[in-house]
Design a binder for this molecule. Sequence first.
Ligand code: FAD
Length: 463
Amino acid sequence: MTATTSAILEPARTTPVFGEYEVVVLGGGPAGIAAAIAAGRAGRSTILIERYGFLGGAGTAAGLSTFCGLHANVHGDIRQVVHGVADDILARLEKMGGLNAAHLSFANKIKAQAYDISAYKIAADELLGAAGVKILFHAFAVGALKRSERGIDALLIESKSGRAAIRGRMFIDCSGDGDLAAWVGAPYEIGDGAGNTIYPSTMFRINAVDPVKAGRAWETIPKLMQEAEQRGRRFPRKGAIVRPQKNPIEWRANLTQIKNPDGSAVSGIDVEQMSYGEIEGRRQCWDVFEFIRSVTPGFENAYIVEIAPQLGIRASRRVVGEYMLSESDILECAGFADSVGVNGWPVEAHVAGNVLVKFPRIPESRGYNQLPYRMIVPRGIDNLFVAGRCASMTHDGQSSARVSGPCFVMGQAAGTAADMALGAGVAPRAVDVPLLQRRLEAAGAFLGVAEEPATALAAAPQA
Ligand SMILES: Cc1cc2nc3c(=O)[nH]c(=O)nc-3n(C[C@H](O)[C@H](O)[C@H](O)COP(=O)(O)OP(=O)(O)OC[C@H]3O[C@@H](n4cnc5c(N)ncnc54)[C@H](O)[C@@H]3O)c2cc1C
C-alpha cells in the first residue's frame, strides 16, 4: 500500500430527495419496530430505514432469539410487565408457532422468552405493513443535514440505488449506536468514563441435538466448562447460556466475548475493530462448539446451523437526554412521574471474562423501575427522539434497560410522542406527558402506575 494524505476532499454533489415523511425512524431493532408501528398507527406518514434486508435488529442480525425484559420479579412472582406493541409481536409469533413459553433465567429470578428468528422477521414485516409504515431495506444512513442549529432537515442514505436524502419533520434514532444523534451534534457518552465498555458477543445456534440424551444440558454445559477450566482449558467468559429453542433439536449459544488484542471491548462504531471482531467471534464459536460437542451427551452429531450475521454489540454511544437512567434507578425500582413504561430486567454487566448480574431486592421490591419520558428526549435538538440501547442511560443503567422489553417500551413512547409533537407543533420536550401516558395506556402499555394484575400474565403455550 502506498502512503497517501490522511483525507481527500470530495466534490460537492446534488443529492436526490427520496421522499418527505412526517416521521423518519432510523433502525429496525425492537425500538425502531415499536416506534414505527406507533407513529404509523397514529396516521403519520412514516418511513423506517434499515441497513439489512430484515427487521429485528440485534434480535435477528445478532442472532439473539430471546426476548429479555418483558417480565419482572414482582415480590417473588414473575410476571410479564411490558405490554403494548410487544403484545402484538408476541401474539403474532405465537400464532406462527414461533414462540417458546417463557423460561426461568438467572438462578430462577426472572424469565426470558425465546422465539424463532425467521418468524420474528416476518411478524415485524407484517406489523409494520399493517401500520402503513414504508420500510426501506438495504439503506445505510451515512449522515444528516440540519435546517437550523436545533433542527434536522434530512437523513442521508447510501444504497445500491445510490445516495439519497430523506426529509422529515420528526426523527427517531433507533440505530442502537446513536448515529443520527451524533451526526447532528447531540451530546453522547461511551463507556464508564474509565475506558471500559460492555463486551460484545457473537451468537450461534446448534442443530441436530438429541433432546432426550441432552436432557437438561443447559445446566451441565456451564459445569463442564467450569471443570475444564480447572484443568487449564480457557473459555472467553463465564456465564455461558446454551439452551433449546422451541424445537429442541436446535439450541442457541451465548457464550463468547469479543476483545481486541489489548483486552479492551471491540467497539461497535469502529469498522476495523468490528472486522477483527467478526473473525475473532467466529473463531470463538467454533472453539467452544467443538468442546461442547465433545463432552455433552446428545450433541455427538450436532453442527453449527448458523453463526449470527453480525457481531452482537451491547453498547456504544448513549445519547444524553433530559434524564439518564442509572443503575440505582434499576436496583431501587425507581418511579418517575413521566413514566412511559417499565423495565424489570436486572443489571447484566458483561465485564472482562464474566457476566455480573444484579437484581433489585427479591421479594421486597416490586421488581421493576419505570422508564421516564425524558430518557428518550435528547438535549440540543428539537425534532429528534432517541430510543433503544442508545437512549439516555448511564453505563450501568444501560446494562439493564438495553434489552428488548424496555426497547419496545421506549420505541412505542417515541413513536406516539412524535405524533403528539407534530400535532401540537412543539418540540419533544414540550409534549403533554399526561396525555401521552393516557394514549400509551389506551394502546395497551403498562406504565407501572398500579401493580400489574395477575391476570395479565403472559399466556404463551409450553414448548
Ligand atoms: C450478543 C448479545 C446478546 C443479547 N442477548 C439478548 C437477549 O437474549 N434478549 C434481549 O432481549 N436482549 C439481548 N441483547 C440486547 C438487545 O438485543 C439489544 O440491546 C436490543 O436489540 C437493542 O435494540 P435497539 O432497537 O436499540 O437496537 P438494535 O437491536 O441494535 O437495532 C438497531 C438497528 O438499526 C440498524 N442500523 C444501525 N445503524 C444504522 C445505519 N447507520 N443505517 C441503517 N440502519 C442502521 C441496525 O442494522 C439494526 O437493525 C443482547 C445483545 C447482544 C449484543
